[in-house]
Write a protein that binds this ligand. Structure first.
Ligand code: 2AM
Length: 508
């Protein structure tokens, strides 16, 4: 035990997320040792927050060895560095600087879950590596993120008091987040938005799926906006009111709320709505792509999540789209001319958005269900939904409904089968179908709306044309098929009549 060791937690990596997480911990009374590779960043950080009303304290260190020595053993060191190589270099450096096998090193970055699995094993005997998803952006990190921890269950017991203190809090009954956005007076009541997800990479996996769902959520909002702005011709100002209204119903969520704010915002340069001057080219950092790739890998039809990723890729082809728009013709039809009652159509788009959102979440949960079998995790889906109710980007009232669905039936095969969600889609599907068909009719792309509808229809169809597909596979490749009148896993092959010889073109 080092006599100078008087910090109860350490934080490495003072990017925006790291800084805010350190402040959040100090806000909750922790004495936080901080370290950043580039020391000026540490100095500047401490300088900027010298007068912040924190009940705990922040202590900067230039040398990693001093940083490690300043933390009470067994140590808890939270790391927020760029995902990838940096995580390993920090771990190696911490080991060199005196970190012990019992010291807990928590990777709070967006690491690939398979890297976390590898690291958790690989660092055993040198340090206790632990992964945690952190969601909520800068403000979440500062005033209460949603935290998705995964790793050794004993290590979780060590981390738990810190994670529960700094996580967002929700009212346990209503699931509504307890808002906080000022330093000092941290929220201590309410249910923390963190829970143990499972061993090794489970936390980072759940965080990745969270981000995949976030991609879908954002794309769905974008499509609703496109249909109403580009199709119905509503102004941004009117649309801001529409989204604000939606935010008091079942769509009540952070992303809908900020969409209303964004649509109300004008460009300081031109005075036009800011959405009209922003280039329509979406960026992506990779977690959505990982989710879609993993869905493909595991054979889970997470179609709306994948379409949301592809929609960003399509948007990125800006120059090609400009060129194609000049030559490729669409239909000569107009939503405004086809809709009698604009308010009624706005409601239909809201319903289409809600139904599609249910499907996107159903897909995300299906994916986690498949992953838990693959990786032998025991994910508690009710708990996953409950910790997403506050703090994170996809926080929404809707997550209370998902929490309740898994409380009703923890082994629910698909969210669509829960009575509440069944009824929602039953009541709203006519509007959903109307919006998707109208969009197709006038040529407005809505890949997430329509793939969600295809997902719903596919999932509820007991006999799909895959029988024909299997016949084709057996015809050209003897891939065999199962029969409806025989037990499963018994495979048959038909000696198909030989294909007719190809017609030979005879020169005249
Ligand atoms: P820096 O200020 O020295 O660049 C987010 O990028 C954070 O990750 C920053 O605090 C950054 O430190 C840190 N970081 C990135 N790569 C790193 C590495 N290889 N080793 C240590 N810290 C790193």
């Amino acid at each position: 035990m080092n006599d100078n060791a008087n910090c109860n937690v350490g934080l490495v990596g003072l990017g925006v997320m790291g800084q805010n997480l350190a402040l959040n911990m100090a806000d909750h009374g922790y004495r936080v040792a901080v370290y950043n590779r580039t020391h000026e960043v540490t100095e500047q950080f401490l300088d900027e927050h010298r007068n912040e009303p924190l009940s705990g304290t922040l202590h900067g260190h230039e040398k990693l060895r001093d940083f490690v020595a300043a933390i009470e053993a067994p140590r808890v060191i939270v790391m927020l560095v760029k995902a990838g190589r940096a995580v390993d270099s920090v771990c190696e450096a911490l080991i060199d600087a005196g970190a012990q096998p019992s010291d807990l090193v928590v990777d709070g970055g967006n690491s690939l879950w398979t890297d976390t699995i590898r690291r958790e094993k690989g660092y055993r005997g040198k340090l206790t590596f632990f992964g945690s998803g952190v969601s909520g952006g800068e403000v979440g990190a500062r005033f209460g993120p949603s935290l998705m921890p995964g790793g050794d269950p004993k290590a979780w017991q060590t981390l738990r008091p810190i994670w529960e203190a700094i996580a967002a809090k929700v009212d346990p009954k209503t699931g509504k987040p307890i808002e906080r956005n000022q330093p000092g007076n941290p929220v201590t009541e309410g249910q923390p938005c963190t829970a143990y997800m499972g061993s090794d990479g489970a936390g980072h996996y759940v965080k990745m799926v969270h981000n995949g769902i976030e991609y879908a959520d954002m794309q769905l909002i974008g499509e609703g906006y496109h249909i109403l702005a580009g199709g119905l011709g509503l102004s941004s100002e009117k649309l801001a009111d529409v989204f604000a209204q939606w935010n008091v119903g079942e769509l009540d969520s952070y992303l809908i709320e900020i969409t209303a704010d964004i649509l109300r915002q004008s460009d300081p340069v031109t005075g036009q709505p800011i959405v009209d001057v922003i280039l329509d080219k979406a960026g992506q950092k990779g977690t959505g792509r990982w989710t879609a790739a993993n869905a493909l890998e595991m054979g889970v039809p997470a179609v709306s999540i994948a379409e949301a990723v592809f929609a960003r890729s399509m948007s990125a082809l800006k120059d090609e789209r400009i060129a194609a728009a000049k030559v490729l013709q669409g239909p000569n039809a107009d939503i405004a001319a086809l809709v009698d009652d604009a308010d009624d159509f706005v409601d239909a788009v809201r319903d289409a958005l809600y139904c599609s959102k249910i499907c996107a979440y159903a897909q995300g949960f299906q994916l986690m269900r498949a992953a838990q079998q693959e990786y032998e995790w025991k994910l508690d889906f009710g708990s996953v939904a409950s910790i997403w109710r506050g703090g994170c980007i996809i926080r929404a009232q809707f997550l209370q409904k998902i929490t309740e669905a898994y409380e009703r039936d923890a082994a629910l095969a698909n969210l669509l089968l829960d009575p509440y969600f069944q009824k929602q889609i039953q009541d709203k599907q006519n509007n959903w179908r109307r919006v998707v068909s109208l969009a197709a009719h006038v040529g407005i792309p809505c890949p997430a709306f329509s793939s969600a509808l295809a997902y719903y229809d596919g999932y509820r169809t007991d006999r799909l044309p895959a029988s024909l597909l299997q016949a084709q596979r057996d015809y050209f490749g003897a891939h065999t098929y199962e029969r409806i009148d025989q037990p499963r896993e018994r495979f048959f092959h038909l000696d198909w009549p030989q294909p007719k010889p190809q017609r030979v073109q005879v020169e005249a």
